[in-house]
Design a protein around this ligand. Structure first.
Ligand code: B1M
Length: 210
């Protein structure tokens, strides 16, 4: 299979190459989830590590992120093709001030693949907007993602806003993102924390099972 080639194309930021390789892999019988984990995420992980070591700069990260998004756009509808009826609604978004959406999109995609009905509010979502969406859609779960230490407090503010609006006990809150920990989730009163997209599905299922 072409997983390593897909990862390499993400690393090189070649969006059309990513698209071509994914289409070939799908024709050869690869599962969308294998493409996501073995190709797209592992390529982005290399970029994240190089960025951390100051070996590359933001423009390269951005180009790789665009290539990854091009790939996600192909596999997303395929992961969503689940015969199971929607298990429950999930409202999800990246918190206020934070523009990182790759990990959140992967989490949303995996939840959708597991049969959840997803309402993705996008990035830079204010506490008020989260509360408004919970009131409107009445989801079983609210998912918040943050990738910056400076935007983590927006999660606590959103939980405060849910409390103030009287909606806190109507929805389970799951949080995640690179700087988030289980201890932080407990500290701010979230119901669950997941370190990655696969665990997010497990945590969501556990929470709705009560
Ligand atoms: Co940014 N960035 N970035 N960035 N960026 C980080 C997060 C950083 C750690 C890089 C670094 O310095 N080493 C650093 C944060 C430092 C900190 O806060 N301590 C950082 C910074 C500083 C910044 C800027 C401030 C840079 C600048 O402008 N000077 C700026 C901020 C913009 C803003 O948000 N206001 C910025 C911008 C960007 C880009 C636009 C260039 C781009 C984002 C593109 C996009 O998302 N469309 C970007 C990227 C790509 C990264 C890194 C390199 C990779 C993030 C990523 O996509 N990872 C990142 C370094 C890193 O994380 N090591 C970095 C792949 C993705 C699949 O993983 O997002 O972790 P991740 O998601 C995982 C889990 O965390 C988890 O599951 C996902 C899948 O397994 N998860 C959840 C995520 N959300 C969840 C929710 C859940 C459960 C699990 O429940 C609801």
């Amino acid at each position: 299979m072409k997983f390593q080639e897909i990862a390499d194309a993400v690393i090189a930021g070649k969006a059309s190459e990513v698209e071509r390789l994914i289409n070939e892999a799908l024709s050869a019988g690869a599962k969308p989830i294998e493409i996501i984990n073995g190709g797209l995420i592992s390529g982005m992980q290399v970029i994240a590590d190089r960025f951390k070591r100051n070996e590359i700069y933001l423009p390269e990260v951005l180009v790789a992120a665009r290539a990854m998004t091009a790939g996600i756009n192909i596999v997303k509808p395929l992961v969503a093709e689940s015969d199971a009826p929607p298990a429950a609604k999930v409202v999800i978004g990246t918190v206020k001030g934070d523009m990182h959406d790759i990990g959140k999109k992967v989490v949303a995609m995996m939840l959708q693949g597991a049969g959840f009905d997803i309402i993705d509010l996008g990035i830079d979502v204010s506490p008020e907007k989260f509360v408004e969406a919970v009131r409107e859609h009445q989801p079983a779960i609210l998912g918040m993602s943050a990738l910056l230490t400076t935007t983590m407090p927006a999660m606590a503010k959103t939980i405060d806003a849910l409390n103030e609006s009287g909606l806190r006990n109507k929805v389970k809150v799951i949080i995640g993102g690179a700087p988030i920990t289980d201890a932080y989730a407990k500290e701010i009163g979230a119901d669950g924390y997941a370190p990655d997209a696969g665990s997010a599905v497990d945590v969501a299922k556990q929470l709705i099972a009560g």
